[in-house]
Ligand binder design. Structure first.
Ligand code: PLP
Length: 400
């Protein structure tokens, strides 16, 4: 007998990956330029030059055995010191090298954090704001917790604070925030963060135990205009940051990120010990070493974000003109668009006939919408516009 739970997860792939795989087949059939694949958050702009320069320097100047050898389980001490220093200087927020754990991306950081903070066998609850990144459910349940989705308000997709307060119970152990957000692109304002943290401090006092704020932030640097993304260790003590270089440096396949326990967290040393234990139990020790050593020179650097900005403006303007409605996103590289019929899966099937590959929102815990990942070549956006227009026209004709 094998694990039926794991088998089920393996058979029912993430809907995003399913569409991504379909896109590959379809592109082989009718040509890449004829398929408008908006399925996956794979950055379309190359990594910045500093990444190539740093990697080249490391590969030519460092002794191979030390470059490719194991580091400490939690990552190289010098790299962790550079990250802590960068956070203190950039955000004026608490950070300490001895409480940082380098990971294979935000995904590993999240699973480690959840396994560390959820008490054994207690079936504690993890609140997420819907729509949410679908893997939160998989990670939470594997760590022995229950996911409690709290729908955001429509049409702005901000936190519904009344619903949030109502969802907190004695069993609440963690809240995941993801700003800038996948799939809506929404960035939580400083006011929203302060309000959210006040509610959490009250709840901690009421129930007499800690509630962790897990900040999932692979899109921290991907913001448009003068939008500020508050650094959460400055607002709430029991914070764990799950950061990734996947999107900021266009390196999703290299699997590099980190987890940071706030030095102000209650029993921070014990929490970090649980992080070390979870990393060990999950086999997430020693994140890819070459990419660890790349970090110090690349902190605060990003790929050319102007491409996403242009894509976002182009798409938002055209879709609005064709009659679609979307949350106006301040960050990330997604548009969350209302489907033109109540069943988003059926809508996506219709869109497929126009070679538009969109992701239905059901798995994000918020039915009735589609996610468009606009981290694609601007040329693809331009070529896809007639298809979006024809799709809207098809629904207008149906309504007659
Ligand atoms: N969290 C969110 C909200 C994401 O969108 C993603 C990836 O798309 C991840 C986590 C995982 O990122 P990583 O590639 O760093 O594991």
């Amino acid at each position: 007998m094998i694990s039926k739970k794991m088998e089920a997860l393996g058979i029912k792939k993430s809907v995003i990956r399913e569409i991504f795989e379909y896109a590959k087949v379809r592109k082989a059939q009718i040509g890449e330029e004829n398929v408008f694949d908006f399925s996956i958050g794979n950055p379309s702009v190359p990594a910045p030059e500093i990444v190539t320069k740093t990697l080249t320097r490391l590969l030519t100047e460092t002794e191979a055995t030390s470059l490719h050898g194991y580091t400490s389980a939690q990552g190289d001490a010098g790299v962790r010191a550079a990250i802590a220093d960068y956070i203190q200087k950039t955000y004026g927020a608490p950070a300490d090298a001895s409480l940082i754990y380098l990971t294979a991306g935000a995904a590993a950081a999240l699973t480690i954090a959840l396994n560390a903070v959820l008490a054994d066998g207690a079936e504690e609850e993890v609140i997420v704001f819907a729509p949410f990144f679908p893997e939160y459910k998989v990670f939470t349940e594997k760590a022995g917790g229950h996911l409690v989705p709290v729908p955001c308000s429509e049409p702005d997709f901000q936190v519904d604070f009344a619903a949030f307060e109502a969802a907190i119970t004695e069993k609440t152990k963690a809240v995941i925030v993801n700003s800038p957000n996948n799939p809506t692109g929404v960035v939580l304002s400083e006011d929203s963060i302060r309000r959210l943290c006040r509610i959490l401090y009250d709840a901690q006092a009421r129930y007499g135990h800690e509630i962790f704020l897990l900040s999932d932030e692979p899109y921290r640097e991907l913001v448009y205009g003068n939008v500020k993304v508050p650094y959460l260790t400055a607002y709430y003590d029991n914070t764990i940051v799950c950061y990734s270089f996947s999107k900021s440096l266009s390196l999703p396949g290299e699997r590099i990120g980190y987890l940071l326990v706030s030095p102000k967290a209650q029993n921070a040393q014990e929490v970090y010990a649980a992080v070390l234990g979870a990393g060990r139990a999950l086999g997430f020790v020693c994140a890819p070493s070459l990419f660890q050593y790349m970090i110090p020179d690349c902190l605060g650097k990003t790929s050319d974000l102007t491409v996403y900005k242009e894509n976002r403006a182009l798409l938002l303007e055209a879709l609005t003109r064709y009659g679609y409605s979307a949350a106006s996103p301040d960050g990330a590289f997604y548009l969350f668009v209302k489907a033109l019929e109540p069943d988003a899966c059926r809508f996506c099937e219709t869109a497929k006939k126009h070679e538009l590959l969109l992701v239905p929102s059901d798995d994000f815990g918020f039915p009735g919408y589609v996610r468009i990942a606009y981290c694609v070549k601007t040329e693809q956006i331009r070529r896809s516009l007639p298809a979006f227009q024809a799709l809207a026209a098809e629904y207008q004709n149906r309504r007659g």
